[in-house]
Design a protein around this ligand. Sequence first.
Ligand code: ASP
Ligand code: MG
Length: 408
Amino acid sequence: MALIVQKYGGTSVGSLDLIRQVAARVIERKQEGNDVVVVLSAMAGETDRLLNLAREMMPRPDPREVDVLISTGEQVSVALFCLACRSMGVEARSLLGFQARIFTDHLYGKARITDIDTSMLRDYLDRGRIVAVAGFQGLDERGNITTLGRGGSDTTAVALAAGLKADSCEIYTDVDGVYTTDPNICPRARKMERISYEEMLEMASLGAKVMDIRSVEFAAKYGVTIHVRHARLASPGTIITQEDKSMEDRIVSGVAYSKNEARITITKVPDKPGMAARILTPLSEAGIVVDMIIQNTSAGGSEDLTDFTFTVPKTDLEQAMKVVSEVARDIGAEKVLGDENIAKVSLIGIGMRNHAGVATKMFNALAKEGINIRMISTSEIKISCVITDKYTELAVRALHDAFELEKL
Ligand code: ASP
Ligand code: MG
């Protein structure tokens, strides 16, 4: 007998009928002789609806009350799920985050799970029940309800799988697995059978939306193997797990892209010690995350001046421009330029660690399409290029073809 944790996302429990279908699937697994813990998201659109209500009440709603409010979405799902099970003659019990003793820190809206006491859960399982746990929520040490951040039900599932030492952790969603790239823009994208945590983290942080990134971090930390599958199709899905030899054979595993960044350039920055820190410190103080950074000699040719370029999240561009313009004035730089029309395309693969020539092949593939590279950054398992955003789709397809990712 196995202990299985399953998580179903909002689109999989978006109506009573869909909840019945989920219940039927869960019951099937139960009747095969397994213990099943089900983690549910709020019904599709519900979390957004609740957030809008709060914002209608006041523009900057109190975070504690927002968490009390938005955690109700998952409460509805687990209750309806258990009723569905009972309507089919099977006993199921719902538990909210605090009842399942999921403890978090006190950062409302983005709390982190600190501990889980699984004794209550085990008790229900021992009595032969299906247990449905509300995703996305927990309790801080002062007894306040917290939520884990958007998409946080994935993390609830992984954390429960770790805490219960489950035999498998299955994430059911509206796609049937992790693809070599976005199948919506590249029809030749191939579903991966397996992918390492590290690659999945890069894919997720670069825009592949299959799983919430914090849940993958959690899984990597506690060694929970995740199985991503379609909620209604029978296809095998993708396994996210520790890297192994077979994964290393492949040099590039996937192509990711992101249109969520913007670029800022400060021209004619005095080229002396401390400048980069002076520019970037007020940004980090403002909570703005800087990603790529490039510094080179100013186009003006003077040796004592440099241009300083970096990227920030598009949503932070306006604020970043304000902050940076002030610094630029203080340090006597020439001007500050913002550019929203950029995109980042990236190659990801743990096999890159041991292979040369990947970057050259990437640059050639982009050049062949006449796409100009405006920034480059590399890490051990990733190469990213910033390009003009209207070429994103073309670039992704060109790279997918160049590295023959459609082939197994
Ligand atoms: N309902 C929450 C959200 O929409 C959590 C989740 O779906 O995982 O973000
Ligand atoms: Mg979701």
